[in-house]
Ligand binder design. Structure first.
Ligand code: G
Ligand code: MN
Length: 389
């Protein structure tokens, strides 16, 4: 081992004999800390205090292994945790996965198996630590706060400083604004980038909080829309599980006929239970559905069939440079034509230059969005003025 420090392993069991067995297997090469039961272990957890944790699952009379794992994840989201159990159940396996356990060991654990598993986990931990350092080196920042409490505080702060930017989608044939897309922004220094904000929400299990806040703001904006202009609002796939989304008296549902909900092709809908039924509910409330980022994901046909979108947005990675590449134009043209055949509106996103705009128009696409027309801006009125044709 090249590390000057021996990796610290926390072993947790309610059976002192089991702890001794681990000591014998790991003493050579590891610094071992033992805890007799989950409560004792929980009291020892600090960020980065251990390189690996190995815990029994069934420990009567205190935190069991799964509860301990959960408590560990509140404080240290990285440390590899191995669980050992006499009889794994499906339920415990699912929970373990959810809280990020590295693997299961079935008792009795042979010494060599244990050793190998701990060696592997320790290596995983070294990689994770190095990756974090790399991101600090390359981005000059710590990345997202590594402790849950810190991230939670940052996220709450970012939500309170959340605002929506609006970017027009232009109908070139009508020479007017067809819709605005609402894009989430925050003035928070740490979680200002939308991707960081969404990632934090995902980590904290607070995607619904974020979605509800965005939709409340979007509903306020919808009230100011000029006649006949729609508002596009991005959904996270997890939002589809939020019963509040499809409630008739939710702020956005009250203006549903003016709203197009975007679901990204980048994200799979497989994790959403009853996605199809939920989409039907939304449609029956009057919402329209858009498939966002078409061409950027791998979901393709399955997502299309599941969503039955009213609008498809062709991803900017396809649009970019389409004036110079015939292949891109051919793909855009065939998607736009196929959409028209099934009565779906096609929007090209990320149009940055006059040349791209002209090439897209030649492909038969009427609805365009991108910096060439207008950057996202704070107010709807400003966004409408910004567009050029
Ligand atoms: O995934 P989605 O399509 O919702 O992402 C839209 C994002 O793309 C927004 O953050 C918006 O600011 C950005 N965007 C909009 N128009 C353009 C453009 O013309 N060029 C680039 N590079 N980004 C754009
Ligand atoms: Mn979008």
């Amino acid at each position: 081992m090249t590390d000057e420090r021996r990796p610290r392993v926390l072993v947790v069991d309610d059976d002192p004999d089991a702890l001794e067995l681990c000591r014998a297997a790991l003493e050579d090469g590891y610094e071992l800390v033992t805890a007799l039961g989950g409560d004792a272990a929980a009291a020892m957890i600090r960020p980065k205090a251990f390189d690996v944790v190995l815990s029994d699952i069934t420990m009567p009379g205190g935190l069991d292994g799964l509860q301990l794992l959960r408590a560990i994840r509140e404080i240290d989201r990285d440390v590899p945790v191995l669980l050992s159990t006499g009889g794994p159940t499906l339920e415990s396996a699912i929970k373990a996965l959810e809280y990020g356990a590295l693997r299961y060991l079935t008792k009795p654990v042979a010494k060599s198996v244990l050793r190998e598993a701990i060696d592997y986990a320790a290596a995983m931990n070294r990689i994770t630590l190095a990756r974090r350092e790399t991101s600090v080196l390359l981005s000059g920042s710590e990345g997202l706060a590594s402790d849950r409490a810190g991230l939670e505080a940052a996220f709450t702060r970012a939500l309170s400083k959340l605002w929506l930017a609006f970017q027009p989608i232009i109908s070139t044939s009508r020479g007017s604004v067809y819709a605005f897309e609402a894009l989430v922004r925050s003035d928070d220094p740490e979680l200002g980038r939308p991707s960081a904000l969404v990632e934090a929400a995902e980590r904290l299990g607070r995607v619904w909080d974020l979605g509800r806040t965005v939709r409340r703001r979007a509903a306020e904006a919808a009230a100011e829309l000029p006649d006949g202009v729609l508002l596009f609002v991005n959904l996270h796939p997890r939002d589809l599980d939020d019963a509040f989304l499809a409630q008739r008296d939710s702020p956005l549902a009250r203006v549903a006929s003016r709203v197009v909900l975007e679901v990204s092709e980048r994200s799979s809908l497989e994790m959403v239970k009853d996605a199809r039924r939920r989409l039907e509910e939304l449609r029956s409330l009057g919402f329209r559905i858009a498939l966002d980022d078409m061409g950027a994901g791998h979901a393709g046909l399955a997502t299309f069939a599941q969503l039955q979108p009213n609008v498809v947005k062709l991803d900017m990675s396809l649009v970019r440079g389409c004036d110079r590449e015939p292949t891109r134009r051919r793909l855009i043209r065939s998607m736009v034509e196929a959409c028209r055949d099934v009565d779906v509106d096609a929007v090209c996103e990320g149009v940055e230059t006059r040349e791209e705009r002209d090439a897209i128009l030649q492909c038969g696409c009427d609805l365009l969005q991108g910096y060439f027309f207008a950057k996202p801006t704070r107010s709807l009125a400003q966004a409408a003025l910004g567009n050029r044709n």
